[in-house]
Design a protein around this ligand. Structure first.
Ligand SMILES: [Zn+2]
Length: 344
């Protein structure tokens, strides 16, 4: 499949609260695929395909933001200190190339002391984020001319292929944004009003999806996001494997999928011969929760793309799973009026 758009999405830099570069890629796509596009004050984008005025609304949500870091201090050595934007494992940041988004974009590395000077105790423990420094290779005066406190830092890891997979930063959740856009492209008419939202600030607490869901007041909300694949090193559950298809997310720590919506996803996948699998875990969360809990509540669920090495610099997914997720999403868009809901 053509991964050009996925590559453009992944390679755009947009940590939580600074999603504009990603929105610049997404907006023209939504303009092509929808009747109209609107933004909200936080920066989320919504593409509308309008049906009759009294039609129920189906809201799709995929988040544009990626994990990042924010500069908290510039030391006299020229090193930058940072705080996390989102849920990092600091071990995955060690020795990584990064970009500091200052007055210009400045390349840097995450520096740690060399192993030779570490105490035995320090060799056995993970560093804290506060102990890491960003080194941009310049003295303090030159750094201060380019960078200020509050500037953000992202991973410098363009998308690349490894074997059957693609790997890079921010596949969480640019692959979800990609699936949402390609699902819109593939789908026939939706019997309901369809709203596709590229949301902001998911990684810091599902914030963008919350305001979008309040605005749209959907009858049904579907998030599209990655899930931890069960076949990575050290993984013991979750139920999915890379390459086995789209993941119908039944449960995670943030939301339990609506049984009728889970059943509709399964039915669509079976009817259309779409490879699919199920994800159930007591950990992790997605925009699904914000969709489900908005207003007086909505029917909500999530289509996931299994991912290894989530929240690291080498996140990895199988393009075939994205392709299956696109087909599944398109089918659900077309068949949403077949949703069976509990009476009442
Ligand atoms: Zn995500």
């Amino acid at each position: 499949m053509d991964l050009t758009l996925l590559e453009r999405l992944v390679d755009a830099h947009g940590p939580s609260g600074r999603e504009q570069a990603v929105a610049d890629v997404v907006r023209p796509q939504l303009e092509d695929l929808c009747d109209r596009v609107a933004g909200d004050p936080m920066g989320s984008l919504m593409g509308f395909r309008d049906a009759a005025d009294d039609a129920p609304r189906l809201l799709l949500a995929a988040h544009m933001d990626e994990l990042g870091l924010m500069v908290t201090a510039i030391e006299d050595t020229g090193f930058l200190r940072v705080l996390p934007l989102g849920g990092w494992d600091p071990r995955t940041l060690i020795s990584q190339p990064v970009l500091v988004h200052g007055r210009t974009t400045v390349p840097g590395v995450v520096g740690t002391p060399p192993v030779h000077v570490l105490s035995d105790a320090d060799r056995r423990r993970a560093p804290l984020i506060e102990e890491l420094v960003i080194d941009v290779g310049l003295g303090a005066d030159d750094v201060r001319a380019l960078v200020r406190v509050g500037d953000v830092v992202t991973r410098d890891r363009p998308l690349r292929r490894i074997g059957d997979l693609v790997t890079g930063k921010a596949l969480d959740d640019r692959v979800g944004v990609f699936v949402m856009l390609e699902g819109l492209r593939a789908a026939g008419p939706c019997p309901w009003t369809l709203v596709a939202a590229a949301t902001v600030q998911e990684e810091v607490g599902l914030r963008g999806a919350r305001t979008v869901a309040h605005r749209v007041a959907p009858a049904v909300g579907i998030a599209i996001d990655t899930c931890p694949s069960g076949d990575g090193p050290g993984m013991t559950g979750g139920g999915t494997r890379l390459g086995d298809g789209a993941a119908i997310r039944v449960m995670d720590a943030s939301a339990i999928g609506h049984t009728g919506l889970v059943a509709l996803m399964e039915q669509v996948a079976r009817d259309r011969g779409i490879p699919h699998q199920f994800h159930a875990s007591g950990k992790g969360g997605t925009d699904t929760q914000a969709l489900q809990l908005a207003g007086t509540g909505a029917i909500a669920g999530c289509i996931s793309i299994p991912q290894r090495y989530g929240h690291s610099s080498v996140e990895a997914v199988h393009p075939g799973d994205a392709e299956a997720a696109i087909a599944l999403l398109a089918g659900v868009i077309e068949c949403i009026d077949q949703l069976e809901t509990a009476p009442g």
